[in-house]
Each structure stands twice: as structure tokens, then as C-alpha cells.
Design a protein around this ligand. Structure first.
Ligand code: GCU
Length: 677
């Protein structure tokens, strides 16, 4: 039975005719096994080709047949060295795949400068076969645009996953380090197949315990499993750890004892994990300890940890997700705190910034920090787990959301200064670059709580590798690998995925609304909820609906968040007529009878968006109904059942929000508005 465990690495047999064609290009496998990475590359190719082609290529030390596959590096393989391929530009992790002639035989070579590069090439080759693309005249080369491509696990050591909707943490800390669950290897395979090269194993709301030697042994065991796959481990470090587990009286980052403690801790970690990646830190954010507790800055804090890991080649990913209940607009606070610190961070510090200025909403404008700190490496943080997008059941493909922010133009160096170019370092000349995704992985058999949520893990990895890839192309790849190459399935399902994010925006928070979710859990609508003691945790803080209108005035006459953007971006955001309507209520407080571009009033249009969202989900269900029979019944039925939940909840969102906003606006519903059945 299908349970989704294989993810996109689902090497089921291709159609016979197709397999027959590919078999000619997979007759023999010539690959070393001198290193752990070479060994796992060999295993993956045997497993993948054996499964897809129903015929396993024979292993050989040298090329003796037409259609051999030759894998390695110029240093590991004399045959490859002999080909004198140009591997410049592949870096350490890139690869090339080419159709060549070796010893008189037509051969496919898969080459990297390192074993890990060749492993990435092997996964790409498998992807070509799995998605049914021609492999007879190959000339591909590819290398990652970003250096750190990292999953952030919000996992607690007690097995709970914060904002996790796929079961418990996959890290079985009690059984580690001696028992290494085979699932860790499958996790590494899945990540390596999409180029992810790092994992932060614990929650940003970190306890200090993971930094004790007992836990470091466990983390080291995970690192051992991941290493052959080119994946490093990182730890979320609790800023006050020197007090909690170090016995010091302070965690003041400028205190020499504290600095010594972090250095000694780093030395201890690197003794166990020589390729340890470094620390992720959430400091002075949502109650977490940090340097400001001692009157120091974020830079002081980050630099102390950075100095500790620098001798070992480690980095610090310091988060900019900070805000507190002051009179200042929450959307402005990160910029206010961090922008003045540009140029004050050590070279091995990256600032990790969420895509938008508030918190992973269905739609936000890009964070104004992108482009605003040219002297500091800016790392992007995306949320793969759907905290604000329907948890496990709603089918929402996040590719378009990710693509939207990456392609946004900051205009900081004129037109074309996209967020993608900020984070890939090309805009301001940084080589330390990265992207992090808050993982949606748990102990569920299908890893991610639903089959379609796997696509969000997949698209994150592919975009971290190359932030200019198209989310549609990635969706298509994923559908083919995960389900089937049958065109009658691929096209409608990709279309359905591509429209799913806008549907969610429409039935949850259209026209720039945000944070209307139930406080605390964030599941379902609660725009009226005033139970939180903190004003900035109440939905009304964000929608500001009153008798006259709705929306958050962030213009110059309001909170002036617009001026955190470069002038050519700020100007249209400041002008209600020029603001894209999809962000209207993010930037403006607008009268209910405001005329939209369609000619309708804002009130009617708001209702229309909510209704559109529900209708779109109905269409998604209809599309899926047509897909019955193309895939296994197990996955088909679960998706169908989840879509039914999504439709019910889209309607809940629509009705709750319309009823609530109507109670404030006092306006009648549009003529012909049909109440739900
Ligand atoms: C959100 C989320 C929290 C998380 C926080 C963060 O607010 O709800 O669970 O800890 O983001 O990113 O630090």
C-alpha cells in the first residue's frame, strides 16, 4: 500500500516502452566506493535505476559497454580526469552531466569537483529519468546559488514540534546516540536530492540542554548519518546557556568569562562534530533571552558566538524576528532594531530574516530589511510548515508565495534589485549566503502531514539551490516524481497547485488583510478575538476595522512603515491608488465604500474575494475527482478527504469573516449573495 513514505524518491517502474529506451543509457554503472559519499551515491543509483527501469545496471570498474554511466570526480576517477572536462564554476557542490564517448562507448558522465557534487548530479540524473526526459544528448551543469540551504526544525527535545502538523519529532533523543533510526538516512537522502545541505535540529525557542555533552553526543550521531550526504548539523543556541548549564552568573556577551565559555563550548562541539555548521539564535524575541538583557546590542551578542565558532569555520545565523508590545507598528520593529547595526557584525554572521515584516502570513510584502543592510549577509527564512495556511489538511502549494517574495524588487540599486539577488549575494557582493525553511517534517508515515505538503519541502529545497527557478516548473517535477508522468494527471494537478495559494489568501486574508487567525494556535478565523493580553497578539491590531473602514494605515500619515522601503517602492505603497490591491489593507485604512479598480466598493469586493476562495476550493475538489484512477487509491482518497475538510473550512473562514466584518461595517450583503447551503 502507498503511504507516502518514499516522498518524491519514489522509484516505481516506468512504462515498459519508456524504460526500454532508458535501459540503453543505463547498462552499466562505473563508480567508486572508496568514500562514504561514493558508496551512498552508488546505492542510490542502483536503487533508483533498478526501480525505475526494472533492471539494475551492472557494476563495473571500467567502461566496457555502450550506455554506461560513469560517476565521480576528476581526482577519484582517472577515466574522468582523462576527459579533461571544464569543472570550473561547479564549486564544491555543483555537477555536470554529459553524454560523451569513453573507450569507444557512448557514456553518460556525472561529475563533480567533490563526491558530494557528484551525488547531487546523480540525483539530478535520476530526476531526469523519473520525469521521463530524454537522456541521450545531455550537456548539463548546475551549481547552487546559495551557500547555506538549511532546514530549521522547531523540534523540542521532548519530541514535540512547535507548529508541526505531522506527528512528533523524528529525532528520537532517548535512543540516540546508539540507535540510529534508518529514517535518518532516508531524511538525508530526501534532503540531498534537492540540495539541502544543513539542518538545525532543535527549536529556535531553545532550551540549553542540547548544549550539554550528553546531548552533543546525540547530535554527533545524527551528523555522522548526514555527513555522507553533504549535510551539516547546526544547533539553536539558547543565549542564556552560560548561566543555565555553565554555572555563570551572567550571559553578558561582553563578559570575558562568558566569551570563554562559548569558545570552550564551540571547541567541545567541534571535537565531536568536525564539520559542525554553527549556531542559530533567537534572541530578545518573544521573551527569549538575549544581549539586550545586559544593555548590549544584537551585534554584540552575535559576535560573541561568531568568535567562538570562527576558528572552526562555523557561522552564526542570527534571527531578526523581533518585536515587542510597544506603540510602534510591529511591522517596523525588526528594521528599526537591525538597520543601524549594518556593518557591525563579524564576517561569519548572517542575519536570518522572515520573508515578510510580520509573520509568515498567506501574503505579506517583502521584509524591508532585504536590501537595507548592504554590509551584512542577509539570509531568508521561509516557513514550510503551514502555521498560517491551514496546517496539514489544506492543499496549499507554497511555491508561488516563495517565488513572489524572491522576485520582489527592492529597488535598492535601481530596477532589478530583487530579493533573490539580495540573498544570493550578487547585489552587495557577499559570498556567505543562505536560505532557511522551517521544516514540516514529523513522524507521520508521509513525513509532512499530507502528500501535498511534501511539495512544500521540495520546492523550498529547489529554490534554495536556485532562487530564480519557476515554482510551476518545480511543481511539475514534483508531481511527476511523486505521482505519475501521465499528462492527463500532471497538467490539471499542477494547475490546481499553482492556484491553491491564491485561493487560501482569498478565503483567509484577501486584499492585504493579515493575522486574522485564532490567537495562539492560529487555526481558523477569529478576527474578533480579544482574549490575548498583548494588543499585538490580537487580530484587531492588524485589521483595524471600524464603522468607517478597514486596514492598517502604514503610510506617512499612519505608522510610516512605507518609508522603510527604498523611495521607488515606498512611493507607490504610500499612495492608495498605486498600491497593488492585493496589499491594499496592509498599507491603508480604507473606507468601506472605497471604489476598487473593478468599480465595486471595497466591501463588496472583500465579500467577493472570500467567495472566490471558497469557489476555488470547490474547483480543486472537482479537479481531484477527475483524477480518480490515475494514482493509488490510498493517496487519492486521503487527498480527497482533506480537500473536503478544506472546503468546509474555507466556508467557515468566509462566513465568519464576512459576518464579523458586517457587524462592524453595518452594511448589507451584496445583492444575490448566497448564504452557504
Ligand atoms: C511565530 C510562531 C512561533 C515561533 C515564532 C518564531 O510567532 O507562532 O511559534 O516561535 O514565530 O519564529 O520565533
Amino acid at each position: 500500500a502507498e503511504d507516502g513514505y518514499d516522498l518524491w524518491l519514489r522509484y516505481r517502474p516506468l512504462r515498459t516502452e519508456q524504460a526500454a529506451v532508458f535501459q540503453h543509457h543505463a547498462s552499466q554503472l562505473v563508480i567508486g566506493s572508496a568514500t562514504p559519499t561514493q558508496t551512498v551515491t552508488r546505492q542510490e543509483l542502483l536503487r533508483g535505476l533498478g526501480g525505475l527501469l526494472s533492471q539494475t545496471p551492472t557494476l563495473s570498474d571500467t567502461v566496457t559497454r555502450d550506455g554506461a554511466i560513469l560517476v565521480g570526480t576528476p581526482t577519484s576517477s582517472p577515466l574522468i580526469q582523462h576527459l579533461q572536462l571544464d569543472t570550473q564554476g561547479l564549486g564544491n557542490e555543483g555537477y555536470l552531466i554529459r553524454s560523451v564517448v569513453v573507450e569507444g562507448h557512448p557514456v553518460t558522465v556525472i561529475v563533480g569537483n567533490s563526491d558530494v557534487g557528484a551525488l547531487h548530479g546523480a540525483f539530478q540524473f535520476l530526476r531526469l529519468v523519473q520525469t521521463g526526459q530524454p537522456i541521450d544528448h545531455l550537456d548539463l551543469h548546475d551549481a547552487p546559488r546559495l551557500k547555506l540551504r538549511v532546514l530549521d526544525h522547531w523540534d523540542y527535545l521532548n519530541g514535540q514540534v512547535e507548529r508541526g502538523y505531522a506527528g512528533a519529532s523524528i529525532w528520537d533523543w532517548w535512543k540516540l546516540p546508539d540507535w540510529r533510526d534508518p529514517r535518518y538516512t532516508d531524511y538525508a537522502r530526501a534532503n540531498a536530492s534537492i540540495g539541502i545541505n544543513g539542518t538545525v535540529v532543535n527549536n529556535v525557542n531553545a532550551g540549553a540542554e542540547i548544549l550539554t555533552s550528553r546531548y552533543l553526543q546525540k547530535v554527533a550521531a545524527l551528523a555522522d548519518v548526514f555527513r555522507p550526504y553533504g549535510i551539516r548539523v547546526y544547533i539553536s543556541a539558547r543565549f542564556s546557556a552560560p548561566i543555565e548549564i555553565g554555572g555563570l552568573k551572567t550571559a553578558d556577551p561582553l563578559d570575558p568569562q562568558v566569551q570563554r565559555w562559548w569558545r570552550a563550548k564551540a571547541d567541545e562541539i567541534y571535537k565531536l562534530i568536525p564539520d559542525f555548521g554553527g549556531f542559530l539564535v533567537k534572541a530578545n524575541s518573544e521573551g527569549q533571552p538575549g544581549p539586550q538583557d545586559y544593555g548590549r546590542t544584537h551585534a554584540d551578542g552575535a559576535n560573541t558566538l561568531a568568535d567562538a565558532v570562527a576558528p572552526h569555520g562555523g557561522v552564526v545565523m542570527w534571527r531578526t524576528f523581533v518585536y515587542s508590545p510597544t506603540n510602534e507598528d510591529r511591522a517596523k520593529q525588526a528594521y528599526d532594531e537591525f538597520k543601524p547595526l549594518d556593518g557591525h557584525f563579524r564576517a561569519n554572521v548572517l542575519l536570518q530574516t522572515k520573508n515578510g515584516p510580520v509573520d509568515f502570513q498567506p501574503r505579506e510584502p517583502f521584509s524591508p530589511l532585504f536590501g537595507a543592510m548592504p554590509k551584512t549577509p542577509m539570509m531568508m527564512e521561509l516557513e514550510i510548515t503551514k502555521e498560517y495556511l491551514g496546517f496539514a489538511t489544506h492543499l496549499v502549494y507554497l511555491g508561488p508565495l516563495f517565488e513572489e517574495v524572491l522576485s520582489s524588487d527592492t529597488m535598492t540599486h535601481g530596477k532589478g534589485s530583487t530579493v533573490a539577488r539580495v540573498i544570493d549575494g550578487s547585489l552587495d557582493g557577499h559570498t556567505l549566503t543562505g536560505m532557511a525553511g522551517v521544516a514540516n517534517i514529523g513522524t507521520d508515515r508521509n513525513w509532512s502531514g499530507s502528500d501535498f505538503n511534501q511539495a512544500n519541502w521540495y520546492v523550498f529545497g529547489r529554490l534554495a539551490w536556485n532562487p530564480t527557478l519557476s515554482s510551476r516548473a518545480i511543481a511539475e517535477e514534483w508531481v511527476r516524481m511523486t505521482f505519475t508522468n501521465n499528462e492527463a494527471f500532471v497538467k490539471p494537478v499542477v494547475d490546481m497547485m499553482m492556484g491553491s495559494r491564491e485561493a487560501a489568501v482569498d478565503y483567509m486574508t484577501p486584499l492585504g488583510l493579515h493575522h486574522l487567525m485564532g490567537p495562539g494556535h492560529h487555526y481558523g478565523p477569529a478576527p474578533w478575538d480579544a482574549s490575548e493580553a498583548r494588543a499585538d497578539w490580537r487580530p484587531v491590531y492588524y485589521h483595524r476595522a471600524d464603522r468607517d473602514g478597514i486596514g492598517f494605515d502604514r503610510t506617512r500619515t499612519g505608522s510610516d512603515a512605507v518609508d522603510q522601503y527604498a523611495p521607488p517602492v515606498a512611493a507607490p505603497f504610500n499612495d492608495v491608488k498605486q498600491t497593488p490591491e492585493q496589499l491594499l489593507l496592509w498599507f491603508h485604512h480604507v473606507p468601506w465604500n472605497y471604489r476598487m479598480r473593478s468599480g465595486q466598493t471595497l466591501w463588496y469586493e472583500l465579500v467577493a474575494h472570500y467567495t472566490q476562495g471558497v469557489d476555488d476550493v470547490k474547483k480543486m475538489r472537482e479537479t481531484w475527482r477527475q483524477m480518480d484512477g490515475y494514482i493509488d487509491p490510498e493517496r487519492y482518497q486521503q487527498v480527497a478527504a482533506f480537500l473536503a475538510i478544506q472546503e468546509k473550512e474555507a466556508q467557515w473562514w468566509r462566513d465568519a469573516c464576512i459576518a464579523y466584518f458586517q457587524s462592524i461595517s453595518g452594511l448589507p450583503l451584496p445583492p444575490g449573495f448566497a448564504p452557504p447551503q
